[in-house]
Design a protein around this ligand. Structure first.
Ligand code: ME8
Length: 536
């Protein structure tokens, strides 16, 4: 975990969260998808010069984790410790996730505050004791309604199945505590109406509104049939329902009840990133809990679509053996971060295929981008001994490139930074790369170089400067998505001594033409995106 948001003082951090993931198993491509998206968003905002707080973590209580640990013959705590340290944190480091904090729901800083929050709701009369009976899905950790259940077939014939997990539900009957969720339906609808951006994308907003309009039931918030959880403070025969415990991580991790200053400058979240499966928890239950407690609501809950393999939602059971490591071994970490955001419109479902990844890698990363960088470095080396020449003959063709860059910056900033349209923002940057390639093909510097007249040499210098300054901007714009290759390119261009560290380059200035000063030392390093080995 590389905490890059160093100066976290003052007011108003841009606060982004991922779901805290269940640690019943190692992370898969779906978890990494949401986490990489959050990382790109937060790195982008850091390069806008904003203060940022990026939070991820793990959800460690509840029946699902307890049963998995039991099945593996260890205590839930041992199970979680091992997975967090050996699988989750290492994967995030490997993928260059620059989160500022990692919260585990078994930490005391969390559990104490969860108890306080729930006690406070109880004192306010928002919680009462009652009984409930209904079908429960342990993998979802959620009571289901009878209407949404599927009829089992084959090995599950005669049983009712969870529509998400396609596994039999269990009938639960319990005396437990209830949160008066039903009292918040109207207030939630008013909030959705007044803040159309609160739930994104639009399809997700519509689904939630329709659900709330049907009327909300009170929510059972405790369990007494097992004990792997946070105890209800006034009745220790019960543990707090894992979802109430989990949602509160967004408050406890940023100082709720412990560091008021930090809490005030960070909470509420600007963006809660979630998958579609857990949208209702974040867009219905979580804001109702906050309303009940008099706390401010998050600005946006943004749902990503499903990553699919062979048309099925990707999860442990149908992962077909592809782990994030298998992909990064072959394509590299940067390409991995880039591919899923580039290939799938954020918010929509998308199918992963090795072939599509290979094809895009070769055409966009290796050919369009990587080749451009190595050709330009090679020509500056060959014709100018590696010293970036001055652009003294800046003409119409160069101005068109400069205009193209300004447009790419505006579009990428709006799409990535504001709309979370990662695919659209990355496309704008790669369209610019194509434009620069087209410019080089037209200007053919390798032909101009053959003419030794002073005029031709000035043209040659201008063409290569134009391409190099374009690459300078690409390194800045792609740093959030592909930090390693951007750092390599920054080094190739000899930019750091003149312009300072890459991470400190501002998005707003990336489109200012001519930032890379003439005279920098351009070196031809290893290929940014080497050709793929034909192993698959
Ligand atoms: O739900 N496609 O944890 P979880 C896209 N602990 N995203 C996917 C995905 C897929 N195929 N599979 C998983 C939980 N995800 C709770 C959250 S938050 C207070 C508690 C991502 O381990 C997506 O973000 O089941 C989804 O919402 C999340 O992983 C579910 O992770």
């Amino acid at each position: 975990m590389a905490a890059t948001g160093s100066e976290q003082t003052g007011h108003g951090a841009y606060y982004v969260s991922t779901p805290i993931y269940y640690v019943n198993d190692a992370p898969h491509l779906g978890h990494a998808y949401t986490t990489v998206a959050g990382d790109v968003l937060t790195r982008w905002h850091r390069q806008r010069g904003e203060k940022v707080w990026y939070l991820t973590g793990t959800d460690e209580h509840g029946q699902k984790i307890m049963r998995t640990a039991e099945a593996n013959g260890v205590s839930p705590r041992e199970w979680c410790d091992k997975l967090v340290e050996e699988s989750w944190k290492p994967l995030w480091e490997h993928l260059r996730i620059a989160n500022d904090d990692f919260i585990r729901t078994t930490e005391k800083r969390h559990t104490d505050r969860v108890q306080e929050f729930v006690q406070d709701l109880y004192d306010r009369g928002e919680i009462y004791q009652g009984g409930y009976e209904g079908p429960y899905c342990v993998p979802c950790e959620e009571y289901k309604t009878y209407g949404e259940l599927l009829d089992g077939e084959g090995e599950y014939a005669g049983q009712k199945l969870c529509p998400i997990h396609k596994k039999p539900v269990e009938m639960l009957q319990e005396e437990n505590y209830f949160f008066k969720l039903s009292a918040y339906g109207e207030k939630l609808l008013e909030h959705y109406e007044a803040h159309p951006e609160f739930i994104q994308p639009e399809s997700a907003r519509n689904e939630v509104m329709q659900f709330v309009r049907q009327g909300l039931e009170d929510l059972s918030i405790s369990r007494s049939t097992f004990d792997w959880g946070v105890k209800i403070p006034w009745d220790d025969k019960h543990v707090i329902y894992v979802w109430i415990d989990a949602l509160l991580n967004y408050a406890t991790a940023v100082g709720y009840g412990s560091d008021q200053r930090k809490f005030d400058e960070t909470f509420p979240a600007d963006v809660h990133l979630v998958g579609k499966d857990i949208l209702r928890f974040h867009a219905v239950i979580w804001p109702a809990m906050l309303m009940a407690n008099g706390l401010p609501l998050p600005k946006r809950v943004v749902a990503n679509g499903w990553l699919m393999v062979g048309g099925e939602k990707m999860s442990k059971s149908n992962l077909t053996g592809i782990s994030p490591h298998e992909l990064t071994d072959h394509f590299g970490v940067d390409a991995y971060r880039w591919y899923f955001l580039r290939a799938i419109a954020f918010g929509q479902d998308g199918s992963f295929s090795w072939e599509d990844f290979s094809a895009r890698y070769t055409s966009e990363l290796a050919n369009d981008y990587g080749n451009l960088a190595s050709r330009v470095a090679a020509m500056v080396g060959k014709y100018f001994d590696g010293a970036l020449p001055e652009a003294t003959a800046h003409g119409e063709a160069e101005q068109t490139v400069a205009d193209g860059l300004a447009k790419a910056v505006r579009e990428a900033d709006e799409r990535i930074g504001e709309q979370l349209d990662f695919a659209g923002g990355i496309a704008a940057i790669f369209d610019f790369i194509k434009q620069v390639n087209g410019y080089l093909t037209e200007q053919a510097p390798w032909k101009v170089a053959k003419d030794t007249s002073a005029e031709a040499q000035e043209r040659l210098a201008t063409i290569l400067y134009t391409a190099a300054d374009s690459l300078r901007a690409c390194a800045v714009l792609l740093n959030a998505v592909m930090p390693d290759s951007s750092a390599k390119l920054w080094e190739t261009l000899g930019a750091e001594p003149a312009l300072g560290p890459l991470a400190e380059q501002r998005i707003a200035e990336a489109g200012t033409w001519g930032k890379l000063p003439a005279g920098t030392t351009v070196t031809k390093g290893a290929a940014l995106f080497p050709r793929l080995e034909e192993t698959k």
